[in-house]
Write a protein that binds this ligand. Structure first.
Ligand SMILES: Cc1cc2nc3c(=O)[nH]c(=O)nc-3n(C[C@H](O)[C@H](O)[C@H](O)COP(=O)(O)OP(=O)(O)OC[C@H]3O[C@@H](n4cnc5c(N)ncnc54)[C@H](O)[C@@H]3O)c2cc1C
Length: 301
């Protein structure tokens, strides 16, 4: 295990923002994670887990403690699907599965980051979510070092939510997915659609806020205006942000994306402080105008 010091975090994130990790280690498997946890304990250092870095805003001052980057990229096909280490890139898995004729999850293509990150946040796009494909998840409890295999039900998936998001003391080690038949053409079509909607290849962390549950009058307004039914009383955060007049708003180098109002982008050498302040302004306007509290989907450290 190689512990490095003063490792810049910005290049490891899609936002490209943030200072350095005081200590940094890459681990690919359970043994590596146990070793890193032991090191953090011995040095009385707090630790932070990152993987693909696509849903994170790192602080300008960096992180004091040990950043553990989960990198395991081994996967194998099973009779019913696919078993993968949590550090596997999601798009790589979708493409590799398609080569084996396995799929059903092509609409998740283009969501950046790892399968572990996707399970932790129940990532989804255009309808499907990762929960629709997960059979079991093996994870380690960083406090007790117990390893447990969680069934899909035990993962307690919900909209951008899971047991692991609520209980960050667990690190996901491996994931097993049940897949159906592949429709390979959907992979590039989905990515092209994402590019058209400006939700791909941008310096951001994806949707910055979760779609909130809104008061009935706001839900009615949304349904009338858009001609679509709200799902579970939620309305798109981007729709609210645009209605609040914040689309395109700038603060320092950060900007509410002019194309996709729920994205805060690093438009011009933004600092984490720029992003945080802009996000606070967005929240304030949405609360003032619609009485809705936006909650961050991105992990703001
Ligand atoms: C351009 C862009 C588009 C995006 N589009 C979408 C989209 O369409 N749908 C969507 O749902 N999301 C989207 N996202 C957000 C992001 O891609 C997902 O949340 C992704 O699943 C995060 O995975 P990651 O590996 O990058 O996680 P990271 O950003 O590295 O980590 C995110 C959180 O997960 C935790 N974590 C990571 N790995 C593990 C693990 N193995 N065990 C336990 N905890 C772990 C970290 O501690 C951190 O708290 C987008 C992001 C970007 C930049």
């Amino acid at each position: 295990m190689e512990i490095r010091e003063n490792v810049p975090l910005a290049p490891l994130t899609s936002f490209q923002i943030g200072g350095s990790a005081q200590y940094f280690v890459e681990v690919s498997d359970e043994a590596g994670i146990r070793e890193a946890l032991g090191w953090a304990r011995e040095h009385d250092a707090p630790f932070f887990v990152i993987a693909g870095g696509s849903n994170n805003l790192m602080p300008d001052a960096g992180l004091a403690g040990l950043v553990i980057r989960v990198t395991g990229e081994k996967f194998q096909f099973t009779e019913s699907g696919l078993e993968a280490q949590s550090g596997c890139n999601l798009l790589t898995l979708i493409r590799e599965a398609a080569k084996q004729g396995k799929g059903g999850w092509e609409k998740l293509a283009g969501i950046p980051g790892t399968i572990g990150g996707a399970v932790r946040g129940n990532a989804g796009a255009f309808g499907p979510e990762i929960k629709d494909f997960v059979t079991w998840v093996r994870a380690i409890n960083t406090k007790t070092e117990e390893v447990h295999e969680f069934s899909n039900v035990e993962c307690a998936f919900d909209y951008r939510m899971s047991f692991f998001k609520k209980n960050p003391e667990w690190i996901i080690l491996d994931v097993h997915l049940s897949l159906g038949t592949s429709e390979p053409h959907l992979i590039d079509e989905t990515i092209a659609e994402r590019e058209k909607r400006h939700i791909q290849n941008v310096k951001a962390a994806g949707s910055f806020f979760m779609n909130p549950v809104a008061p009935q009058r706001i839900v009615n307004m949304f349904e009338e205006e858009k001609g679509v039914k709200s799902r579970g009383g939620r309305v798109p955060a981007g729709w609210l942000i645009e209605k609040a007049g914040m689309k395109g708003a700038k603060l320092g180098g950060a900007q509410v994306s002019p194309q996709q109002a729920n994205y805060i982008i690093n438009a011009n050498n933004a600092t984490a402080e720029d992003v945080r302040e802009l996000a606070a302004k967005v929240k304030e306007e949405v609360r003032r105008q619609f009485d809705v509290a936006l909650v961050e989907e991105a992990v703001v450290l």
